[in-house]
Design a protein. Structure first.
Length: 108
């Protein structure tokens, strides 16, 4: 009977070890899967934040470029208007010089 009790205790010990080993393995797999999911979610959040920041910065750059183009168009219009004014002033100045030259020549 002594042998049977020791075999029984050994069998119970092995069964217990197997049970606790398998339950620990399942628990670890669940925790690992949960951690992997959390890491993937965190990584996705970080990527989304970075992409959002990049998009906002690109939109700001786009707005700045539109503003610069608008200002450039305004400068071109101003320069064109100034060219016209300079041409009129030069024409007027030529006419004035002709009149002055005409008045000074008879006196000579």
């Amino acid at each position: 009977m002594t042998i049977e009790i020791s075999i029984l205790l050994t069998g119970l010990s092995v069964a217990g070890a197997l049970y606790f080993g398998l339950s620990t393995k399942r628990r670890n797999e669940k925790n690992d899967a949960k951690e992997d999911t959390e890491k993937a979610v965190d990584k996705t959040k970080r990527e989304t934040e970075n992409n959002t920041q990049v998009m906002v910065k690109l939109e700001m750059i786009s707005d700045d470029l539109k503003e610069i183009k608008s200002e450039n168009r305004n400068f071109r219009e101003d320069i064109s208007a100034l060219r016209e004014r300079v041409a009129k002033v030069e024409s007027s100045l030529k006419s004035y010089h002709k009149r002055l030259d005409g008045e000074q020549r008879p006196e000579e």
